[in-house]
Design a protein around this ligand. Structure first.
Ligand code: SF4
Ligand code: SF4
Length: 465
């Protein structure tokens, strides 16, 4: 829906299950509206130049849409070009090879690069050297399948720890693996080096085997299962990461991962297929209607379970819940300016030492930001917040929740990191609307209950800095 012009702050009106709501976009505030209030705002929108009635002014003031500072809250011009931020999180693509042939893999089939030890050392040298005053750094081992390069991984970990220590810094490690190569030695290493482990596991056997087969078509689930059990026995906090195809119901997937013993589960929609951006390939539009339908059910469940104080089911619902993220943003009135850290403190190093916006842009020349071999790294193109300069996002009511969507998905669908696909926008916008419909129904006691349960953090104090 269009937003109003000056001097009001932008707002978004919507209905859910026959009730009216208003979102104060700049304040990240949700309000329930009565029928007459909704029609007052509709009348204003239909004739913004007409004389405002006393009732309309009172309503606009109540919704914090009317005020002396309204003009100042309109989107500002782009931020000036500034020096690169220190990179605090580096993804090392140790190899482009993989021992599985997942149906949604975005890796380029003919890319088989492997990182040399010399390149890995230069990457760590560059990473630690550019970090300035930043104390805590993160290295993610990635592929392909990074455990194909386990001997190199061990050397890199030791080298990175020594390098960080010499610079009085700390380095934490993470790995994203398909888990098929896990054995006792690898699990011991992951435990000893406190590596945060994300294992890709797509849920029940039939789904996992269909989506994550070996190149010869055999499913990988049966091989994986005993390895997962050993991993969880040693590292109970290991995270299961499930990739969900657009038309798959996420509920049984999450349930099956929980049954396997994972306390932490993350899910993501399948990446857009392997594309060669240089050839101008574009991904086909996706259908998020099952996810939106699931979110509608989830919003009902949130309200019902909060009112019933059903702690156990609420904690289950909270796992990887986008609605909870949106609810928290509204309760905290928190604005987000970037959807992710890609190019803003997070970078990937390809096998040859080239720096990319993130791991998904590996080998895409257009998104190469430099190399660990020289000092050409430049991130200025990605410093501007989509909420301020992206033509679609700067007028979108969900801009401070979504903040521009995944740059890879944008580039793969629309040819530019700055242009989001409309089906993603529909999904994100519906998440914020549904979260708003829950939040307006929460009493002070409900909110205190959510904080006491650790489901949302206490609202940060404005004086904390
Ligand atoms: S990507 Fe779409 S939903 Fe997200 S802020 Fe931009 S326009 Fe809005
Ligand atoms: S661009 Fe997309 S894939 Fe890359 S870090 Fe951001 S959200 Fe993740």
């Amino acid at each position: 829906m269009p937003e109003t012009g000056l001097p009001l702050k932008p707002y978004h009106l919507f209905q859910h299950r026959g009730k009216h709501y208003c979102l104060n976009v700049e304040e990240m505030q949700a309000h329930a509206l009565s029928e007459p209030e909704a029609s007052l705002l509709e009348r204003y929108r239909a004739a913004p130049d007409a004389q405002l009635s006393t009732e309309q002014i009172a309503l606009l003031q109540k919704l914090a849409l009317w005020g002396d500072d309204a003009k100042q809250t309109q989107p500002k011009p782009p931020e000036p070009d500034v020096a690169p931020l220190p990179v605090i999180s580096l993804t090392l693509i140790l190899t482009e090879e993989c021992n599985l042939g997942c149906v949604y893999c975005y890796g380029q089939e003919n890319n088989t690069g492997r990182m040399s030890e010399a390149t890995a050392r230069r990457a760590i040298d560059w990473f630690v050297g550019q970090a300035g005053n930043v104390q805590d750094l993160n290295v993610t081992f990635f592929g392909g399948e990074p455990l194909l390069m386990f001997p190199l991984m061990k050397k890199v970990a030791d080298y990175a720890l020594a390098k960080a220590k010499a610079a009085s810094k700390e380095i934490a490690f993470q790995i994203t693996t398909n888990g098929t190569l896990l054995d006792e030695e690898i699990i011991d290493f992951l435990k000893e080096y406190q590596v945060r482990v994300l294992v890709s596991l797509d849920g029940p056997k039939e789904i996992h085997d269909a989506q994550r087969p070996f190149p010869d078509g055999r499913g990988s689930y049966d091989l994986l299962l005993p390895k997962i059990q050993k991993l969880l026995a040693a590292i109970p906090q290991a995270v299961a990461h499930a990739v969900i195809m657009d038309d798959t119901d996420p509920v049984p997937i999450k349930a099956s991962l929980k049954d396997l013993g994972f306390a932490s589960i993350s899910t993501n929609f399948a990446s857009l297929a392997s594309l060669d951006f240089a050839d101008g390939q574009k991904a086909a539009p996706r259908d998020f209607s099952p996810a939106i339908a699931e979110n509608i059910k989830e919003s009902d469940a949130w309200l019902d379970l909060i009112k019933k104080r059903d702690s156990q089911k609420l904690h289950h619902l909270a796992k990887n819940s986008h609605l909870l993220t949106a609810m928290t943003a509204l309760l905290h009135q928190r604005k987000r300016y970037h959807a992710c850290g890609a190019g803003l403190g997070l970078l990937a190093v390809g096998t040859s030492g080239d720096l990319y916006l993130c791991h998904r842009f590996n080998n895409q020349e257009e998104y190469r930001l430099g190399s660990v071999d020289d000092n050409t790294y430049a991130d200025s193109a990605y410093r501007l917040s989509p909420t301020l300069f992206n033509p679609l996002c700067r007028v979108c009511f969900a801009r401070y929740y979504c903040a521009g969507s995944c740059k890879y998905d944008n580039a793969a669908s629309c040819g530019s990191v700055h242009t989001p696909p409309k089906e993603i926008c529909q999904l994100r916008q519906s998440e914020l609307e549904l979260a708003a419909s829950v939040v307006v129904s929460l009493s002070k006691e409900d909110q205190e209950y959510l904080v006491a349960q650790g489901l949302i953090r206490p609202k940060p104090c404005l004086l904390d800095f």
